[in-house]
Write a protein that binds this ligand. Structure first.
Ligand code: SF4
Ligand code: SF4
Length: 132
């Protein structure tokens, strides 16, 4: 039980379960060696095979990013995003950057999505935007 003086952590104003995972469509989802090690362990692969299969070089020097696949909503999205169910297929082994995002109480895409759903009176509407 929290001490009386402890403040409750602020509640997030977004709900990833109600979102088509826009953040998984960002072109630059950067990974570290530690992330690749975790992926390799998850799939029972060597570090080299996991790196080749799941990642590629980014535009910035030394940058390594997750590979993408085609995506019906956002053009392309992370290869680990489930195309229909819209959830991460490697949740327990996802990279650190995915664990930390968005890093604030609000998510810009979720605000936009909520606005459009209210305006269109359609709770399942998916706001289309393309990151490619
Ligand atoms: S875009 Fe925002 S609400 Fe949607 S899955 Fe990512 S963090 Fe969650
Ligand atoms: S690893 Fe999972 S959480 Fe991270 S971008 Fe890919 S699908 Fe999204």
């Amino acid at each position: 039980m929290p001490k009386k003086t402890e403040k409750k952590p602020p509640k997030n104003s977004y709900n990833c379960d109600r979102c088509p995972s826009y953040c998984c469509s960002y072109p630059r989802i950067c990974v570290t060696k530690r992330d690749i090690k975790r992926l390799a362990k998850h799939f029972g692969l060597s570090l080299e095979v996991a790196a080749e299969r799941f990642t590629k070089k980014g535009h910035e020097k030394g940058e390594v990013i997750l590979r993408h696949q085609l995506d019906e909503h956002f053009g392309t999205a992370c290869r680990f995003l489930h195309a229909e169910k819209r959830h991460c297929t490697i949740y327990e082994a996802r990279p650190a950057i995915c664990r930390d995002f968005p890093g604030t109480r609000r998510c810009g895409y979720y605000d936009f999505l909520s606005f459009e759903r209210r305006a269109l009176e359609d709770p399942d509407y998916i706001s289309i935007t393309n990151n490619t």
